[in-house]
Ligand binder design. Sequence first.
Ligand SMILES: [Cu+2]
Length: 131
Amino acid sequence: MRASPSPLAFRRRSGPRVRFAAGVLLPVTLVACVSDRPATGPSQPVTGDAVSIQSFAFVPPNLSVVSGTTVTWTNQDAEQHTVTSDDGHSFESSAFGQGQTFQVTAGAPGTYTYTCRIHPFMHGTLTVTAQ
Ligand SMILES: [Cu+2]
C-alpha cells in the first residue's frame, strides 16, 4: 500500500503558462495500491520524460517516470490543448498552443490519468515510480 498522493505532491515549474488548480476541484483521490497492480488499459508505459501532443493524441499515451523527474509535454498541433489530471488536483495546464510546452515534476508514485479539457476524447497516463 502506498499513501495517496497529496495535492501538493506535484510542484509547479516556473513559467507563465503553467498553473495548478489551487483548490481541489473534485474530491477524488487516487485509489490506494493503484501503483502496485500491473499496468492495465490500452497501452503499456514507456519510459522517458517527454510527451508529444500530435494529431489530437498524447504520444506516448502512457509515460513512465521516476518520482522527481520533470516531465515536458510539447504541443505539435495547430490546435490548443491542455494537460489536465483526471483527479482534479494533481496537475493542470492552461491551454497552450503549437510549439509551447507544459512541465510538471512528478511527485508521489502512482498512476495518473489525464485528458485535454478542450478535447475530452484525448487521454493519457503518467505512471510515476518510486526513486
Ligand atoms: Cu486538446
